[in-house]
Design a protein around this ligand. Structure first.
Ligand SMILES: [Zn+2]
Length: 302
């Protein structure tokens, strides 16, 4: 048996080897071209930061198909917590990278202040305040954006908390004259941001905070004034208010008068060396005696 190679001449065998080499070279060259084309189309779209260069976006869109991703809206200028001043919000829409963008076409940002019943196109929303607490409340803002290709973002919402109304504080001071230490309590209300602090000052003294103040009775006869006001969590301060606490001595307290004087005294007063007649404070007052300015005896207040 002879192989087919043995049947061929020497020239025939050389020719066949050459054809095999040429075929392998051509196949290799084709592979190189295909690999180059693949890398050339992929490399610029997948740059190191994953972003598509601007000049390639149209090619990218053509390669990846139509934009089906809605944009995203963020709110800027939203205060944390309560505000007592006007609030202006900016709605900033961003479309997905390589998307159809936020200009032209169907692109818009819109918001609703009535729970989605009506929508207004715009990117700036201002909540105003005015006198007597106007504009106060918990405002719910709904917003959404649509990109140029018409992809509508799912509706988002935020709450704008505005309290331009000061708190209201009441006191429980009695009009009746008091014999003993007397506590005045304050009740402060604020329906929105709630009360943060109540300040009070007794007879023009240092301002202190707290829900009550004690007016001492000991030798503190007379009319005392308590000033107070509250501040809410939005920073609204109430106008100053006042109440009165009258401290009186017990009308049955024994005081002393002299035979000829017009004043009544404490038992230890120096003016009592000549005569010393005891009376109740009440009787001394209705008989027209005045308190001694030296020994400063108890006084009756109503
Ligand atoms: Zn006296």
């Amino acid at each position: 048996m002879q192989g087919w190679a043995d049947a061929m001449s020497s020239d025939d065998r050389n020719y066949a080897r050459t054809r095999l080499r040429l075929g392998a070279l051509l196949a290799l060259a084709l592979l190189c071209v295909l690999a180059h084309v693949a890398s050339a189309s992929a490399a610029p779209l997948a740059s190191s930061n994953g972003q598509v260069p601007t000049h390639l976006r149209s090619q990218h869109s053509a390669l990846t198909g139509p934009d089906t991703t809605p944009p995203t809206t963020t709110v800027e200028g939203l205060p944390t917590g309560w505000s007592r001043t006007p609030v202006t919000l900016s709605l900033v829409a961003t479309d997905d990278e390589g998307g159809s963008g936020m200009s032209g076409g169907s692109a818009k940002t819109e918001y609703s202040g009535d729970g989605g019943t009506s929508w207004v196109a715009g990117q700036t929303v201002t909540y105003r305040t005015w006198k007597r607490g106007g504009g106060s409340g918990v405002h719910t803002l709904l917003y959404r954006s649509t990109d140029a290709a018409g992809n509508v973002e799912e509706t988002q919402g935020c709450e704008v908390l505005i309290d331009a109304r000061p708190p209201l504080t009441r006191d429980d001071a009695s009009l009746a004259a008091q014999l003993h230490d007397t506590t005045v309590s304050f009740t402060a209300n604020d329906s929105l941001s709630s009360v943060a602090i109540t300040w009070h000052s007794l007879d023009g003294g240092v301002w202190q905070q707290g829900p009550s103040v004690v007016v001492p009775a000991s030798e503190n006869w007379g009319v005392h004034w308590v000033a107070y006001y509250s501040v809410d969590n939005a920073g609204n301060a109430e106008y100053l208010k006042w109440c009165r606490v009258t401290i009186t001595a017990d009308p049955e307290t024994i005081v002393f008068v002299t035979e000829s004087g017009t004043r009544y005294h404490r038992e230890t007063c120096q003016y009592l060396w000549h005569s010393k007649i005891p009376k109740t404070l009440y009787i001394a007052i209705i008989e027209g005696y005045l308190p001694c300015s030296v020994c400063e005896p108890p006084q009756l207040f109503q």
